[in-house]
Design a binder for this molecule. Structure first.
Ligand SMILES: [Fe+2]
Ligand SMILES: [Fe+2]
Length: 191
């Protein structure tokens, strides 16, 4: 944990580091609530690790992200190549594995999918996706405090509320978005 924090402090902006600590803290609290096995705290530790590492490649130079993908056979879409910020999940998971020896697929997937989500997410994946949105230092966004409350009541309802907000925001601001965000949205809203 110390080694990871040292790396993050060095490689992230001050604001991103603060956000990262907020996500780790929030994910830890959520994992306490949703721990599937209350005879041990493995799940809680996993949530803390995934929270700490989810944005570890966020401030990386765009060219470097592409180079890491190419070198390690990490595939990416043309949309990701044009909007390399979309790659920070995949590259982040690679760093988690290669630099910090994280082998747990659930942690790695939570890092990979934290930006777009995906249909049929695991509990840990949902926790990181939601914690990323609601952590304490987040700038105020519509319904934020309602979603914060939902996050500790019903994960799927919180997912739905975040996805509705995200799609609305992306459409309004004409920002390019990954088709996976739409897929995730559809999977949570066509039920
Ligand atoms: Fe991120
Ligand atoms: Fe984040």
């Amino acid at each position: 944990m110390k080694k990871i924090k040292k790396y993050l402090k060095k490689n992230l902006t001050k604001e991103r580091y603060q956000h990262t600590l907020g996500v780790a803290y929030t994910a830890t609290a959520m994992a306490m609530k949703y721990n599937p096995d209350t005879t041990n705290s493995d799940f809680i530790k996993k949530a803390e690790l995934a929270g700490l590492l989810h944005d570890c490649a966020k401030n990386m130079d765009n060219g470097k992200k592409i180079r890491i993908c190419d070198k390690n056979n990490i595939s990416y879409t043309s949309i990701e190549a044009e909007n390399t910020f979309l790659l920070h999940g995949k590259v982040g998971a690679h760093i988690a594995k290669s630099k910090f020896g994280i082998e747990d697929d659930d942690i790695l997937n939570a890092i990979i999918w934290h930006t777009t989500g995906r249909p049929e997410m695991s509990t840990l994946e949902k926790i990181i996706f939601i914690a990323d949105y609601i952590e304490p230092s987040r700038k105020p966004i519509p319904d934020l405090d309602y979603i914060r409350k939902l996050a500790f009541e019903d994960l799927d309802m919180a997912m739905r509320a975040i996805l509705v907000n995200t799609i609305n925001y992306l459409q309004k601001s004409n920002k390019p978005f990954d088709p996976m965000t739409q897929k995730t949205y559809d999977s949570y809203n066509n039920v």
